[in-house]
Design a binder for this molecule. Structure first.
Ligand code: AVJ
Length: 343
């Protein structure tokens, strides 16, 4: 019997009774992931220009640095989205009705609390399925949530988004909402996001919901400041990717030999973060059997962070069968939150 089926009546249930954790990355999947592990890094570092996937930002230290970024005065994203959620969470809960909340890239689940509060106030049962690749942050945030919300039930999935979307069990509540907030969509290229929307569509039943938070186009100066903060936290976050690779792939990147570089590409409407080599050098990635050569000033692109136009995005979602039924923004139109419904 799954935790969602146990009838709870007289006694409040313990955290253990309300928590289920599944690791879809390890250990069962380890044999297959070993073979493919690092393939994406090899592919990115052997092409011109060099790239690395943003998922390598998020080791434990990287996740901590990202939490610090969210508090920076220049990084308006988290603050703005939080304000929108605070203002409209009740309306969102009313529109979806009682539903299971699935969150892709749940991290610390801080913003999710706003939604949980709204559903709780309307008397709806709380079923939450956080999905994150970082098993550590996933379990600690789930436990904290369960301690704070005594009726909440959590099924946490340590998983990639793709795998988790394929493994969702039928919901026991009248509906389901898949949340993808925090503008993580910005990390995907336009074709990758189309593919992603198709996976969301496939994971939903007709009438179910998709809640999407995205950063919007705005003056270059505001955007560039957000990715070049004065305290240098974003630079440390970017450089930490090399530290992570050193550990994961027995490599010898010398962090002194690279610098953070971020700018707004106005043609593509995206922030690009790069690491620039400060000299010509060769880096050994021993467990990948790879020697990477850098020319002086050559860069690795570590992230794109796309900035969206609401009209265009609404059209794209519509085409993918995810019909935007309500869109909210802040007074400056800096950030957008869209509630879509599968038709
Ligand atoms: C987590 C992808 C939304 O693009 O703003 C923050 C990551 N990179 N500072 C973003 C990030 C540099 C962030 N997302």
């Amino acid at each position: 019997m799954s935790i969602f089926e146990t009838a709870s009546n007289i006694y409040p249930r313990s955290i253990e009774q309300r928590l289920q954790i599944e690791n879809l990355i390890a250990p069962a999947a380890i044999a297959t992931s070993r073979l493919t592990e690092g393939k994406d890094a090899i592919a990115g570092l052997t092409q011109t220009p060099k790239t690395l996937p943003p998922r390598y930002f998020y080791d434990d230290r990287g996740s901590q640095l990202f939490e610090q970024i969210c508090e920076l005065p220049e990084y308006y994203l988290t603050r703005t989205e939080t304000a929108i959620l605070q203002k409209y969470a009740t309306e969102i809960a009313r529109l979806t009705g009682a539903c299971e909340l699935v969150e892709l890239g749940s991290g610390s689940s801080t913003k999710t609390r706003i939604l949980l509060d709204a559903y709780h106030k309307l008397g709806y049962p709380l079923h939450y399925i956080p999905v994150d690749v970082s098993a550590g942050i996933l379990e600690s945030s789930a436990r904290q949530l369960l301690a704070d919300y005594t009726t909440l039930k959590v099924r946490a999935l340590a998983s990639t988004y793709e795998l988790a979307l394929e493994r969702l069990a039928p919901t026991l509540l009248p509906s389901r909402t898949i949340c993808f907030i925090g503008s993580t969509l910005g990390n995907l290229t336009p074709s990758e996001s189309d593919e992603f929307f198709a996976r969301i569509f496939a994971a939903l039943e007709v009438g179910e919901y998709f809640l999407l938070g995205v950063d919007l186009q705005k003056p270059k100066s505001v955007l560039e400041a957000a990715y070049n903060d004065r305290q240098g936290v974003t630079a440390a976050f970017n450089l930490n990717m090399l530290q992570h690779l050193n550990w994961r792939y027995d490599s010898n990147f010398d962090l002194q030999n690279f610098e953070h570089w971020a700018f707004y590409n106005e043609t593509e409407h995206q922030i690009e973060m790069h690491l620039r080599s400060l000299r010509s050098q060769t880096v050994q990635m021993r467990s990948l059997n790879l020697a990477v050569e850098f020319a002086d000033r050559e860069t690795i692109r570590t992230e794109i962070s796309r900035k969206f136009n609401l009209k265009t995005l609404q059209q794209q979602l519509q085409i993918q069968g995810l019909i935007p039924i309500q869109t909210w923004t802040d007074t400056k139109n800096w950030f957008g939150l869209l509630l879509c419904q599968k038709k």
